[in-house]
Write a protein that binds this ligand. Structure first.
Ligand code: ASP
Length: 311
């Protein structure tokens, strides 16, 4: 039977059904076991992943490339980001999509413009995965975040979750709130007034009966939360540098903060962190951000294998 994700683009978490989410999480867990036990998967031998990163990335790009190699496939990449951005040569992403069909079996794109992954997907026949489009979406990050929460907490249902930092511009929290919203959380959205979660996301969650508390008080939210998801202030999305300077460093999680937070709280971060989590917190057993980063490999393995129909 073909997988429920075969041939699908992964552009926005809203397009994912519960059964497809479960399939990704289960497949990732299986792959993680195989890799951890020194096993090899060769299900994508002869297949090619194209990575088109027009905006900088270390973690997402490396995990996608590592994932493809661990599935036995190969990778082709755009490496000269400046020379190859569509703006410079006037090339449209739609046309790039048409060309990609001749070069690869699946593609992942990151771009500063919201909607860019959709434009590539409109042109391409092969599945296109959104690796982050501006302040829009980052669906594969959200899937690895869910995977991490399930591993760390043993469940996804009925958790108190704080999302904190730059909720306006952070695509990871946009995706994660939609996705986690399917599991009946209570959310605390913590940010300065200027960086609140886009109202359409908050409204959609509330309309679905999810309890959302919006506040700027991180201490109070953390005292009630099972999971704290920190984000960096997204400097590259600011048009006013002074405003960035004023808002950066607004929240800092350190050991003293952890002592006042809910016992056993799990600390997550999509990385890179700036100074919103002090390095001393790395030693706290609930600090899950590097485990979260490592989880990107099996989760992205699952996504690549499922959308190409190789699983
Ligand atoms: N790596 C994440 C992203 O690409 C988080 C960040 O950059 O702050 O959105």
């Amino acid at each position: 039977m073909p997988s429920a994700l075969k041939g699908k683009d992964i552009l926005h978490v809203k397009d994912l059904k519960l059964e497809q989410i479960s399939l990704v999480l289960e497949t990732a867990a299986r792959y993680e076991n195989v890799v951890a036990n020194g096993g090899r998967l060769n299900i994508m031998a002869g297949k090619v992943l194209a990575t088109l990163f027009f905006e900088s990335s270390i973690q997402t790009r490396l995990t996608f490339e590592s994932a493809m190699l661990r599935l036995g496939g190969n990778v082709v990449s755009v490496t000269d980001v400046k020379a190859s951005t569509s703006g410079i040569k006037g090339e449209r992403l739609y046309d790039t999509g048409k060309m990609i069909d001749g070069y690869a079996d699946v593609a992942v794109i990151r771009h500063a413009l919201e909607g860019s992954a959709k434009e590539l997907a409109d042109g391409a026949n092969v599945p296109v995965i959104n690796g982050g489009d501006g302040a829009g979406q980052h669906p594969t990050q959200a899937l690895m975040d869910l995977y991490t929460i399930q591993k760390e907490k043993g469940r996804l249902n009925n958790l108190n979750v704080t999302l904190a930092g730059d909720l306006k511009n952070g695509r990871t929290v946009h995706s994660l709130s939609w996705l986690l919203g399917k599991f009946g959380p209570r959310f605390y959205f913590v940010s300065p007034q200027e960086l609140r979660m886009p109202p359409e996301i908050t409204k959609a969650l509330c309309d679905d009966g999810i309890e959302v508390v919006e506040t700027s008080n991180l201490e109070e939210a953390a005292a009630k939360s099972d999971v704290l998801y920190m984000t960096r202030i997204q400097r590259e999305r600011f048009t006013d540098e002074q405003e960035y300077e004023r808002l950066k460093g607004v929240y800092v999680v350190n050991n003293e903060f952890i002592q006042n937070a809910r016992r056993g709280i799990t600390i997550m971060h999509p990385l890179p962190r700036l100074d919103e989590i002090a390095r001393e917190v790395d030693a706290y057993e609930g600090s899950a951000y590097f485990r979260q980063a490592a989880n990107g490999v099996p989760v992205r393995m699952a996504i690549i294998a499922l959308v190409t129909g190789c699983e």
